[in-house]
Design a protein around this ligand. Structure first.
Ligand SMILES: Cc1cc2nc3c(=O)[nH]c(=O)nc-3n(C[C@H](O)[C@H](O)[C@H](O)COP(=O)(O)OP(=O)(O)OC[C@H]3O[C@@H](n4cnc5c(N)ncnc54)[C@H](O)[C@@H]3O)c2cc1C
Length: 378
């Protein structure tokens, strides 16, 4: 078989690059995916029993400050505006995550919370986000006490469960993803745009790739067909180490075992996401009916049990950013230079902990900077 543009992977990265090629270059695209569905890790579905929209690979909330990305995506979906709120159970109390000034008053008596809040404001200022590592570095004894408290109660247990290591052994890009927020803003994200596609992520991806020049073939693994297919351009959104047949070794990932449980009651918990740094083997429970404010007498909740990624056993969820893995990734990336008309993009091919908006930005930038300029030169 001969195709002009082959896209491997029908997640966000693959869908966006395919859309650009079809609509901007007027060229045919074949997207293949080894899974039986489109949308990659943002795949969601309407549960047939209760009519609740469920995110198959874990909860997804779209958030961005990038106007270009927001405008791009808004062509393909209407939005349900949604400010995400996350709680964690600490000493049996539900507190806001990120840990903020309100959280202080939930876990300490008022006189102590007043003092700590004052010290935080003096030292860092209002509306500032700081990492646990920064808080730990202060010389103020009260703030050191607070840093220890938050470290022990909020970060330590959760990080060990999620990543299998202590927070200090993680790359700062991971540990600083959930900061301490010197504010009373109880939202999980502060981005300008925060929303969920009104008809779900899968429908949104369906709309992105809905073009007469785009064909999709599911249940098709690139490595099963690569010797029988010829292409002018290849866009690969699968794992970079697999592409090069693990020549230098495997890039590690964290995986998840996500258990979905149905409950015969209207609500299971007080909000969409509760984290459990101290109790249970799972890291968080997620109640999906909150996302699109769906009404039902029943409810569906997922519980996430982090696992080490094992090839053929479970899915790659989170890349593990650190120097060693970056060096391994760089070694693979250098091999790309020898390949003509092969482009890597997406969380697996770039081995990056991308949010959805960053993946879209990555695909749009690749198209504008590499593909459009190439065509212009011809
Ligand atoms: C649990 C979890 C929660 C998240 N929550 C959020 C959130 O709230 N907000 C946010 O912005 N981001 C979130 N993200 C990040 C978001 O999921 C990613 O940014 C996005 O889905 C990445 O898209 P992608 O196309 O790069 O990868 P993927 O969605 O993984 O798509 C890659 C596709 O390639 C296919 N593929 C791989 N190898 C092959 C092969 N050999 N042959 C054929 N097909 C192949 C795969 O089957 C897959 O469908 C979350 C991530 C996780 C893990």
């Amino acid at each position: 078989m001969i195709v002009k543009n082959l896209v491997v992977g029908c997640g966000l990265a693959g869908a966006v690059i395919a859309e650009r090629i079809a609509t901007q270059l007027n060229q045919p695209v074949l997207i293949i995916d080894k899974r039986p569905h489109i949308a990659g890790n943002i795949y969601d579905y309407e549960d047939t029993k209760f009519g609740i929209n469920v995110h198959r690979y874990g909860p997804h909330v779209f958030h961005t400050n990038n106007q270009i990305v927001w405008d791009y995506l808004s062509q393909f979906t209407e939005w349900h505006y949604f400010m995400y709120r996350v709680k964690a159970v600490i000493d049996g109390n539900e507190i806001n995550i990120p840990f903020n000034l309100d959280s202080l008053y939930k876990v300490f008596p008022k006189c102590l919370a007043d003092k700590l809040a004052m010290n935080l404001l003096d030292k860092f200022g209002f509306n500032k986000k700081i990492s646990i590592l920064e808080l730990n570095k202060t010389n103020d004894n009260d703030l050191k006490f607070l840093a220890n408290f938050i470290y022990e109660k909020v970060f330590l247990g959760y990080t060990i469960k999620q990543w299998g290591v202590k927070p200090e052994d993680l790359d700062e890009s991971v540990s600083s993803r959930v900061p301490i927020y010197i504010s009373r803003d109880n939202r999980y994200f502060q981005d300008k745009y925060q929303a969920i596609p009104l008809k779900g992520y899968t429908t949104m991806v369906e709309n992105i790739i809905d073009h007469p020049l785009i064909d999709v073939q599911l249940n098709t693994d690139f490595f099963d067909i690569k010797d029988s297919i010829k292409y002018e351009r290849l866009f690969f959104t699968g794992p970079i180490d697999e592409f090069f047949n693990y020549e230098y070794g495997e890039l590690p990932y964290r995986s998840l075992d996500i258990k979905f449980v149905e409950y015969d009651k209207e609500y299971f918990q007080s909000g969409p996401q509760i984290n459990y740094p101290e109790n249970y083997d799972y890291t968080r429970s997620v109640e999906y009916k909150y996302y699109l404010e769906q009404k039902s007498h029943n409810t569906i909740v997922s519980f996430e049990y982090p696992r080490t990624f094992e090839r053929g056993i479970n899915e790659r969820y989170y890349p593990v950013p650190n120097m060693k893995n970056q060096t391994l990734y760089d070694k693979y990336y250098k091999k790309l230079i020898d390949l003509n008309n092969v482009y890597f993009l997406g969380r697996l091919a770039d081995y990056k902990y991308y949010n959805m908006d960053q993946v879209i930005e990555r695909a749009l930038t690749l198209f504008n900077s590499k593909i459009l300029t190439l065509i212009g030169e011809k």
